[in-house]
Design a protein around this ligand. Structure first.
Ligand SMILES: [Zn+2]
Length: 322
């Protein structure tokens, strides 16, 4: 939280604002966030080159995806919204679905969803049973979130002269999302402990949680949101109870791989391949240990990760201001 508060303060200064409003939080730069250059097919081709340069394993994987047309990326009239990666077990083939919209989210699909897809491709060729290919989401999201960061060096391909801006914004985002992720979890604990709460009481609970975890949040005088109505926009609370915090656990581990990659890329990549080859074969703690990752539930893990990421954010920022 102290790091996030600082990052938001710097963002407000960059945007020339005294106070960030909710709708400003996503705007990192006054001239707009960095957007990728190229059509969908050009972005896929750039991704293919990138995965060939990253490793033989990812190169082979992406060729397979391209050869069998395992993408549906373009936005079309009447198409279902959203983006995800799924798996066709009979063909040991991942499939990536998305709605490209010309923002950096398109690149996130080619890294995040491709991270899930790579794991499915790789694990299904390393494990004897397809039932073992996937783990639970606090592991599965490490596959995808780590890939978002392993691919930083190739972001020049997608963002050209704004690549450093993308990398800085993305790295800050890995930290600034965490307080919200855990706030959603804490809210659900309180709601399930007290099922008879009124709608107003639930809003009061969310409002208090926001004061604790998101003290930088301002709703520009909107009464409903300022009194705690914001919790309702998170569909996970309605559809997938207690799932959202998994992203925070996964990010804490993905960050460890990223930190390691800045010191020793080979060791970090070997850890990542080991992680992907295990799929869901082992339990959570055993999987982390075999992949060389510190357990996020251990008291000093978050502290160590945040301290290192803070240093890297400072480095990225210095590069940006050069
Ligand atoms: Zn994911």
């Amino acid at each position: 939280m102290p790091l996030c508060a600082e990052l938001y303060q710097k963002q407000a200064a960059r945007l020339g604002l005294d106070e960030l409003q909710m709708y400003d939080e996503a705007l990192v730069y006054p001239n707009g966030n960095a957007t990728p250059i190229g059509s969908t097919s050009e972005l896929v081709e750039k991704a293919r080159n990138m995965y060939h340069e990253l490793s033989p394993e990812t190169g082979e994987f992406f060729d397979f995806m391209a050869e069998y047309e395992l993408f549906d990326l373009e936005t079309k009239p009447g198409k279902h919204m959203g983006g995800y990666c799924t798996f066709l077990p009979n063909f040991k083939a991942p499939f990536i679905f998305s709605n490209f919209n010309g923002t950096s989210a398109d690149v996130d699909v080619l890294t995040h969803e491709a991270g899930h897809a790579f794991e499915a491709y790789y694990a299904s060729r390393h494990l004897p049973l397809l039932e073992l290919v996937h783990s639970t989401s606090e592991i599965n999201e490490i596959h995808s979130m780590a890939m978002e960061q392993f691919t930083y060096p190739w972001m020049d391909k997608f963002f050209c002269e704004r690549a450093d801006e993308y990398r800085y914004a993305h790295l800050c985002g890995t930290m600034t999302t965490i307080p919200y992720l855990v706030a959603v979890d804490e809210f659900q604990h309180k709601v399930f402990e007290n099922p008879k709460m009124s709608a107003k009481e639930r809003r009061a609970v969310w409002h208090q949680i926001e004061l604790d975890y998101l003290p930088w949040r301002h709703y520009d005088g909107n009464k409903f949101l300022s009194e705690g109505g914001f919790w309702m926009q998170k569909q996970h609370i309605f559809l997938y109870p207690f799932y959202y915090v998994d992203y925070a656990l996964a990010q804490t581990c993905a960050s460890q791989l990223f930190i390691k990659s800045t010191k020793n890329h080979k060791e970090a990549w070997d850890n990542y391949l080991a992680l992907c080859s295990m799929g869901g074969k082992y339990g959570y703690f055993e999987t982390l240990e075999k992949a060389g990752l510190d357990n996020p539930f251990k008291e000093d893990t978050v502290k160590k990760v945040v301290e290192s990421i803070r240093g890297l954010i400072d480095e990225f920022e210095a590069k940006l201001n050069k």
